[in-house]
Design a protein around this ligand. Structure first.
Ligand SMILES: Cc1cc2nc3c(=O)[nH]c(=O)nc-3n(C[C@H](O)[C@H](O)[C@H](O)COP(=O)(O)OP(=O)(O)OC[C@H]3O[C@@H](n4cnc5c(N)ncnc54)[C@H](O)[C@@H]3O)c2cc1C
Length: 348
C-alpha cells in the first residue's frame, strides 16, 4: 500500500519580516538587473515599513555592497571567497538559503537572469517555499504583507496574480529590464557586513574549466531599439533595420517569428519568451503587436509603430504611428536623420 505523506504544518510566518534582494554580479560588478531589483524591493519595503536586506556573493563584494546601499538597501551582506568569483549553483544556493534562514525575510526577490533563475529555484527548495518566476510586476499588500507576484499566463491571454499564503519567504524572479534602476543617493545610511567564506570540498564539485563570453549584443540596456517583425518579409529587411538602429546609436530587436526563422539570434528577441526592454525609444517596424511582444517592450518611454495596417494592435500601443510600407518609410527616415545629423549626407 502506498504510504501517504502528512502535509507539513504551516510555518510560523509571523517571524518573517522585511524584503531581501539577491544581487546578481559579474566580475565583481553588480548587474543592471540587480539594481533594478533593489528598486522593486525598496518600494515594497517602504510599503510595509520594513527593512530591505541585500545579499551579494562573489570574489570581492565590499564595493558592490556599497553600491547596493546607495541605491536603496538598508543592510547588505557580502560573502567573499576566491572560489565564488564565478557563479556556482551549490555554494551560492547554500549561502543564500543560509542567510534566508538567519534573517527570515518575508519576501525574497532574485533577478531572472540565467544564474538567478537557477539560484532562485534551488533556494526555494532548500527553504521549503514556492517561487513565482518571470514576474512582470511585484507589489505587496501593506496589511497582510502578502507578495502580489504578477505574471502573464495561459499563453499570455491573462495576467495572473500569484499569492503564497502559507510559506515564507515569498519568492519571485523578474527578468532584467522589468523595473527601472533607482537613482543612487550618496547620503543614504546603510550597513554593510562582509563575511569571509571557507567552502567545504563537497560544495565545490563543479569544476569551472573555462569561461567563454558571448559576443552577442545585450539589447536589455539599449536606450534605442529598432525592431523588425514578419512584416519585413525577408531576412534582408534586417539590414534596413540595422542601418536605422546604427544611425540612432541603438540596437536591433525582433519579434519571435524572426528569431524562430533563424534570421538573427534569440538574444535580439523582444517579448515574453525573449528579452524585456525599456529603452527611451522603441521603433516597431512590421510588428502586429501581439500581447507576447507587448509585454517585453511596454516599459519603453516612446514607441513608434511603422505598419501597413492602420488597425494593427501595435499602433494602439504606440505614441507615434506611421502607416505605410516599412521599405518606403525607413529609407525616408534614414535620409531625414542623415540630413539633420550630417551623417553620410546624400548628394544634393
Ligand atoms: C507562449 C508564446 C510565447 C511567445 N513569445 C513571444 C515573444 O517573446 N516575442 C514575440 O514577438 N512573440 C512571441 N510570441 C508570438 C506572438 O504571439 C506573435 O505570433 C508574434 O509576436 C507575431 O510577430 P510579428 O508581429 O512579427 O508578425 P505578424 O503578427 O505576422 O505581424 C506582421 C505585421 O507586419 C505588418 N506588415 C506586413 N508587411 C509590412 C510592410 N511591408 N511594412 C510595414 N508593415 C507590414 C502587418 O500589417 C502585421 O501587422 C509568442 C507566442 C506564444 C504562444
Amino acid at each position: 500500500m502506498t504510504e501517504m505523506k502528512k502535509a507539513e504544518p504551516p510555518q510560523d510566518i509571523s517571524q518573517y519580516k522585511g524584503v531581501m534582494v539577491y544581487l546578481d554580479s559579474f566580475n565583481n560588478s553588480l548587474t543592471r538587473a540587480a539594481l533594478e531589483m533593489v528598486g522593486a524591493g525598496r518600494k515594497m519595503a517602504d510599503k510595509t515599513n520594513e527593512k530591505l536586506y541585500c545579499a551579494v556573493i562573489g570574489g570581492s563584494t565590499k564595493a558592490m555592497a556599497q553600491e547596493a546601499g546607495v541605491h536603496g538597501c538598508d543592510e547588505v551582506y557580502g560573502f567573499d571567497s576566491k572560489d565564488l568569483a564565478m557563479y556556482r549553483s551549490k555554494p551560492f544556493s547554500d549561502i543564500l538559503a543560509g542567510l534566508v534562514n538567519e534573517k527570515k525575510p518575508n519576501i525574497l526577490i532574485v533577478p531572472g537572469s540565467k544564474n538567478g533563475r537557477d539560484l532562485a529555484a534551488r533556494v526555494a527548495v532548500k527553504v521549503r517555499s514556492g517561487l513565482t518566476a518571470d514576474c512582470m510586476d511585484l507589489d505587496v499588500e501593506p496589511d497582510t504583507r502578502i507578495l502580489l507576484a504578477r505574471r502573464p499566463d495561459y499563453g499570455d491571454s491573462t495576467m495572473s496574480e500569484i499569492r503564497c499564503e502559507k510559506h515564507r519567504p515569498q519568492m519571485a524572479t523578474s527578468r532584467p529590464g522589468t523595473f527601472a534602476t533607482p537613482e543612487p543617493d550618496p547620503k543614504r545610511k546603510f550597513q554593510v557586513e562582509v563575511r569571509e567564506i571557507k567552502l567545504e570540498a563537497n560544495q565545490l564539485k563543479e569544476n569551472i574549466v573555462s569561461f567563454n563570453q558571448k559576443n552577442e549584443e545585450d539589447i536589455t540596456g539599449s536606450k534605442v531599439i529598432v525592431s523588425g517583425g514578419l512584416g519585413m518579409g525577408k531576412p534582408e529587411g534586417l539590414e534596413l533595420i540595422r542601418k536605422l538602429a546604427d544611425l540612432l546609436g541603438g540596437s536591433v530587436g525582433v519579434s519571435r517569428p524572426i528569431a524562430d526563422l533563424g534570421w538573427i539570434s534569440r538574444e535580439h528577441q523582444v517579448g515574453q519568451t525573449g528579452e524585456t526592454v525599456r529603452p527611451n525609444l522603441y521603433i516597431a517596424a512590421g510588428i502586429s503587436g501581439q500581447p507576447q511582444h507587448i509585454v517585453g517592450m511596454m516599459g519603453s518611454k516612446v514607441v513608434v509603430s511603422i505598419n501597413k495596417d492602420p488597425e494593427a494592435e501595435m499602433n494602439k500601443n504606440a505614441d507615434y504611428v506611421i502607416i505605410g510600407d516599412l521599405y518606403e518609410v525607413i529609407p525616408k527616415l534614414i535620409e531625414s536623420i542623415e540630413k539633420v545629423t550630417g551623417a553620410n549626407p546624400s548628394p544634393a
